[in-house]
Design a protein around this ligand. Structure first.
Ligand code: DHE
Length: 543
């Protein structure tokens, strides 16, 4: 496994906070309560992202006691200290752990994994707040903002989003959200903005208020990554859905109030017919063809369709794809959902009209499309593209089974990017540019710049634009450049220059035509900006 993938997964998990001590396995080496608690914390911060909360394995190997006790403390210590070519980091030789910590963790993983508590509908309801009840919310837009060009910017380590006026580049408000806030999505009508934190807190921000702010919130579990709302005709802004990593489930809610209505567990069999107790919910999209959500269950490799018209007689379907499902988006027509099965190095395609798998396509190593990029290839017609973490390739897939049948669901072209460690790729229907970041590439020159291709001539080498240099930051932070996002009219591309919490960060706005820096947004409140979500583009799946 490349280091880039490990770095992405090794984010801290909020679940550790919620665990009580459990009795240790009698066959495992002894630990004091204090040691156990300390190790548990480290496990959630450093190990759970790859090995899973229950240690059943995902990106990393399974580490349950029947496996680890047989290996013994000395073997485990060597593995933790020196790592492995298969992707285990070298925790001791890299200087991250000292010898005592390595010994502690080797003993800890021989204990039974503590199981975090479940999270019921009642727990959710107890946490819910209608900050501004629906009856007291504005009945029309109360501000002068051009709402369609507002950007919601994730301030990752602040647990906030910045709402930025895309026209004036001014900050409208900084809104408190969940811990290590993850993504924003727009309601179908373009009024409500939904935000979810890693701690599974969901916030609704009402963009009609004089100063847009939170109107409702709920906690839907202990750890989460995804949120979406109903978009099918007649169902706009009716139902919201949030998926959680822990517990492994998703919940359907009333969209305007977040009142929880129904929980569905994703526990079950994998595509290889093995039981998995912890299939985390990754990307969720909202069908334009049917009143359905599409829900990625990461570890089972199954994509669920969830019909939201009758929650009492809930109709779901599970589409076998591949492991481990992560992120994805629609093709330009909105009919096909293309999503990464990252450890299989594949893109799965679901035909949302038929609710069936249309294809499983081999692409580069560890695809990570975000929502991907749709454009017209000069030779192959409508295509969708993904970059990835594991290598420099950008795979371009034909998406037009009607007009370009021979190319549909095939990699029709492959571009060479700056290197591995790419997280996001973006273009816009009005643009000829295809922008590719390399945020997690180990070479600072590469992680601080982006490659931009001319869609009309993809054989031409990309131009490399040094985005971090544009930002001209006062201190020497990491300055990783992440996630291109277009403005409403498609003539500007916004990038985050992402440094550590205590270092200056910025947003850089690039003129799409000239590919030169047009504006830099700096503000002491812009702490660790990462994802950016333009209201119109997010509402209408423009990417
Ligand atoms: Fe993300 C989307 C999970 C780390 C920025 N991220 C997603 C989605 C999932 C996910 C499942 C798709 C949601 C959807 O569409 O419904 N992300 C995870 C992880 O499990 C992971 C690897 C580790 C973790 O501990 O969370 C992880 N993600 C990160 C980051 O470190 C990033 C780069 C910075 C940050 O803000 O945390 C990051 N993820 C993003 C962004 C999107 C995203 C910006 C939405 C992209 C889009 O264009 O839609």
């Amino acid at each position: 496994l490349p280091q880039t993938e490990i770095n992405l997964q090794a984010g801290s998990s909020p679940v550790g906070e919620a665990l009580m001590h459990q009795n240790s396995n009698p066959k495992a080496p002894a630990m004091t309560q204090e040691e156990f608690d300390h190790a548990r914390q480290i496990y959630f911060e450093r190990c759970a992202g790859c090995h899973g909360v229950l240690r059943k394995g995902a990106t990393g190997k399974a580490l349950t006691p029947e496996i680890t006790i047989d290996k013994g403390t000395d073997y485990l210590k060597t593995f933790i200290a020196y790592g492995s070519p298969a992707g285990m980091p070298n925790w001791q030789t890299s200087g991250e752990f000292d010898e005592a910590t390595v010994d502690l963790m080797a003993r800890y993983i021989q204990q039974d994994p503590p199981t975090p508590p479940e999270f019921s509908l009642e727990d959710m309801e107890k946490s819910r707040k209608e900050i501004v009840p629906v009856a007291q919310r504005p009945t029309k837009k109360m501000n002068k903002y051009n709402i369609e060009n507002i950007f919601s910017v994730t301030l990752r380590d602040a647990g906030e989003v910045a709402l930025i006026d895309g026209d004036t580049k001014e900050i409208i408000n900084i809104v408190k959200t969940g811990y290590a806030v993850h993504i924003s999505r727009m309601g179908a009508k373009g009024r409500y903005l939904y935000v979810i934190g890693r701690d599974a807190r969901v916030n609704i921000i009402d963009l009609w208020m004089e100063k847009p702010d939170n109107v409702a919130e709920i906690k839907v579990g202990l750890e989460a990554r995804s949120i979406e709302t109903s978009k099918f005709k007649g169902w706009e802004d009716k139902v919201a859905i949030a998926g959680t990593y822990w517990p492994p489930q998703f919940v359907l809610m009333e969209a305007e109030t977040l009142k929880p209505l129904k929980i569905v567990s994703t526990r079950g069999m994998t595509v290889d017919n093995e039981y998995h107790p912890e299939p985390r919910v990754a990307a969720i999209v909202s069908s334009h063809q049917k009143p359905e959500f599409l829900v990625n269950a990461k570890e089972t490799g199954k994509i669920w369709t969830v019909d939201y018209t009758d929650l009492k007689n809930l109709k779901t379907k599970q589409i076998d794809a591949a492991k481990y499902l992560h992120d994805g988006g629609f093709d330009s027509t909105g009919r096909y959902f293309l999503t990464a099965a990252n450890s299989s190095d594949k893109i799965a395609v679901v035909d949302t009209k038929e609710s069936k798998l249309a294809a499983l396509i081999d692409v580069g190593k560890i695809p990570h499309p975000g929502r991907g990029a749709n454009f017209k290839h000069p030779k192959f017609g409508p295509v969708w593209a993904t970059s990835g973490l594991g290598d420099e390739s950008i795979s371009i897939i034909g998406t037009d089974p009607k007009g370009h049948k021979a190319n549909a669901w095939k990699v029709v072209d492959k571009l060479e990017g700056q290197g591995g460690g790419s997280l996001f790729i973006k273009t816009h229907p009005k643009s000829h540019n295809l922008w590719v970041d390399t945020t997690l590439n180990p070479d600072a020159k590469v992680s601080q710049s982006v490659a931009v291709y001319d869609i009309r001539d993809l054989g031409k080498k990309p131009q490399i634009v040094d985005i971090a240099a544009c930002a001209d930051l006062k201190d020497d932070g990491a300055k990783r450049v992440v996630q291109p996002e277009y403005n409403r009219s498609g003539d500007e591309v916004w990038f985050s220059v992402w440094s550590a919490k205590d270092k200056q960060s910025a947003l850089v706005v690039v003129d799409d035509k000239t590919r030169t820096c047009k504006a830099v947004i700096k503000d002491a409140r812009l702490i660790t900006p990462t994802g950016k979500f333009n209201v119109y583009n997010t509402q209408h799946d423009v990417y």
